[in-house]
Design a protein around this ligand. Structure first.
Ligand code: SF4
Ligand code: SF4
Length: 345
């Protein structure tokens, strides 16, 4: 306990160190949960492939990696009045991320998302190698940033254009029933094209901080748009601010914090990096409504809201899939057949 407290205080004991370490801890815990889920999921797929019944427990949280199915499930829920039983956790998790964004900005990206954690780790490696991360020119940065909205628009409009019947047909299709397994197999048996794409994204993330998140993640784009309505803001007190510019340098989203009274940007991830480095007490704070909150309280709210939603889904029976073990065994054993090609094809 003492060692954990000492680590959280950081090497210098400065507020910046503490805030950074609290966020690293929260991110690390969520990333570890994802890793353990991945291991359990691999065990479950292997057992299903071998037809060994009863199967070990399937971690429904892997559906976090099916955001499109989750979004479709959300619209289907609105149409049907009941949540689909194929991948309910995918929809619950999309809903939770949206709820967190609505209340506490895009903090899902900087506190919970394991992809964000990996992306930041790669950027840190880049800083170790090159002494810094690179920044594309502004004329290139702006169109690149719009890419994620174009991808979101493509998926969003495609989903909205689907009829009620087509949505339900997709959600109950053989493809969607095993979409989680197919995603796992994509990583386990990665082909050359997949490896080149993932490798390029990794290299891009080493060179440019937040390469995937800033330019291509449609999920982050959606949460950013939702966060615009959030009552949570970073606010700067112009009377006490000494214009040192430290907050600008610390901002992972490259927002010119020192020249704005409050941050409305859809790119703000609520990482609190700017608040942490500000040398003037109270010059820069995160506010929920009119109330300033401490970084620790903010961290607790982000993680607590997410975990409360998860517990609520488990208790209300809207977490586990309705697909039986016997059905999974049969489908996983024939998963390489054309029957499991994409439902849109
Ligand atoms: S404005 Fe502050 S909280 Fe928002 S992304 Fe930049 S550093 Fe993080
Ligand atoms: S770090 Fe604080 S004092 Fe410095 S420019 Fe930003 S808000 Fe002002």
């Amino acid at each position: 306990m003492m060692a954990a407290k000492a680590w959280l205080s950081g090497t210098t004991g400065r507020r910046a160190d503490r805030t950074f370490r609290v966020r690293l801890l929260v991110q690390g815990v969520f990333a570890l949960i994802c890793l353990l889920m991945g291991i359990q999921f691999a065990r479950w797929v292997t057992a299903a492939g071998a037809g060994v019944l009863p199967l070990p427990k399937r971690p429904a949280g892997v559906e976090a990696f099916l955001p499109i199915s989750g979004l479709m499930g959300l619209l289907d829920w609105a149409y049907q009045g009941s949540l689909n039983v194929i991948h309910p956790a995918a929809t619950v998790l999309v809903l939770l991320a949206i709820a967190v964004a609505l209340l506490l900005r895009k903090s899902f990206c900087s506190w919970i998302c394991p992809v964000g954690f990996v992306s930041e780790t790669l950027a840190r490696i880049g800083r170790r190698i090159f002494g810094r991360n690179f920044r594309p020119w502004r004329w290139l940065d702006i169109p690149l940033r719009s890419l994620k909205y174009i991808i979101l628009g493509f998926f969003g409009l495609s989903i909205i254009a689907m009829s009620r019947h087509a949505l339900t047909e997709f959600l109950t299709s053989p493809y969607n029933r095993v979409a989680d397994v197919k995603m796992g197999l994509f990583f386990a048996d990665m082909g050359t094209t997949g490896a080149v794409v993932i490798g390029s994204l990794a290299v891009g993330s080493v060179l440019i901080h937040g390469f995937w998140c800033r330019y291509m993640c449609p999920y982050g784009a959606l949460l950013g748009l939702v966060s615009w309505a959030s009552p949570t803001r970073i606010r700067r007190n112009a009377e006490t601010c000494v214009s040192c510019g430290l907050c600008d340098k610390a901002c992972m989203a490259r927002i010119p914090v020192s020249s704005r009274p409050s941050i409305m940007s859809v790119e703000c991830t609520g990482c609190l990096g700017c608040v942490a480095v500000c040398p003037i007490e109270g010059a820069l704070q995160v506010h929920v409504g009119r109330r300033p909150v401490s970084p620790v309280a903010y961290a607790a709210a982000v993680a607590g809201l997410f975990l409360a939603g998860y517990v609520g889904a488990r208790v209300s029976g809207t977490w586990q899939t309705g697909i039986s073990d016997a059905e999974y065994v049969q489908r996983i054993q024939e998963i390489r057949s054309s029957k499991y090609g994409h439902a849109g094809r």
